[in-house]
Design a protein around this ligand. Sequence first.
Ligand SMILES: NC(=O)c1ccc[n+]([C@@H]2O[C@H](COP(=O)([O-])OP(=O)(O)OC[C@H]3O[C@@H](n4cnc5c(N)ncnc54)[C@H](OP(=O)(O)O)[C@@H]3O)[C@@H](O)[C@H]2O)c1
Length: 335
Amino acid sequence: MNRQFLLDKRPLGRDLEYTDFKLVDSDVPSPGDGEVLVQVMYLGVDPAMKGWMENRADYVAPLEIGDLMRGNGIGRVIESNHEKFPVGAVVSGGFGWQEYAVSDGKNIPLNPVPEGVPPTAPLSVLGITGLTAYFGFLEVGLPKEGDVVLISGAAGATGSVVGQLAKLKGCSKVVGIAGSKEKCDFLVNELGFDAAINYREEDQAARVKELCPDGIDVFFDNVGGEILDIALENISDNARVVICGGISRYNLAGDIPGPKNYFNLVFRRARMEGFIVLDYAPRFGEAIAYLAKHVAAGDIIAKETVMEGFEQMPNALMALFAGENIGKQLVHIAD
Ligand SMILES: NC(=O)c1ccc[n+]([C@@H]2O[C@H](COP(=O)([O-])OP(=O)(O)OC[C@H]3O[C@@H](n4cnc5c(N)ncnc54)[C@H](OP(=O)(O)O)[C@@H]3O)[C@@H](O)[C@H]2O)c1
């Protein structure tokens, strides 16, 4: 049988629940001409999935009640009628929340997993979150040597890569904000951040001022809300505020308050800009080559948190909102 998770309820304006998803059994599909059957080994989860469930995201096609949950995975080809993907090939692609997927190859990028990186890297550091860090930080944040960089959601899949890129680019001070002492220790001791702020236990406004007394040159925001206001209050002249995500707002609905301190952008001649990583798709190859080289060299640590078993998929997505993950949250489905 092929177990699948379908969208059952829209979690608009509230926390996710396991029962927002429907677990169903269906027959393992058969590949037709030019198609392959993939047994899924790992699936990744992203906060954006909640927006797709609510149909709030306008940059992807709507997800209807009863649709297969959308998502990226890694799997092995177990039947093949496609010359480019022989039986046994390990492939990554948009397989959805299911144990077996038929593909005509269009959702499977042809790049093989580069040498020297973990096999799950196409879901983490070489996947959407690593690419988001790369393009959001380098193309929108435009870091310069000596810059002071502040990152919210710093111990997550995207934030952890942004901080490491900042160190590679010669930024003078990289400060991460995360939700536990364990995460803050990880950022400083394992990833080489200069400092970390535990927003659940420390006064983050006071700590940002203390750690960035001359101002923030690049603020990479995954969280929004209060921390965005704190950062805006502390930007330096010509600062770049990168709006990558706003997970603190994803469970809210209705009139969501905007940043109070936006006018400091005027006084500081600064820029605040959002982006969608998919717009950089034509350049993904360049980013993957750069990130793979630095992962293989040990300059970038590809941290992952793995849950065991297909039935954990909803819990894995909920874990992102509870801050249980360090690095990329994955689910191991099969060997
Ligand atoms: N613009 C784009 O193209 C693009 C692409 C991909 C992702 N994104 C966005 O990038 C952000 C990070 O995504 P990711 O996949 O890398 O997820 P992630 O950072 O691995 O996981 C989410 C993290 O957010 C933190 N968090 C959850 N609720 C929070 C709250 N209420 N306040 C503060 N922090 C909270 C948690 O860490 P703590 O323990 O630290 O709270 C959690 O670990 C998301 O906002 C996502 O939507 C944007």
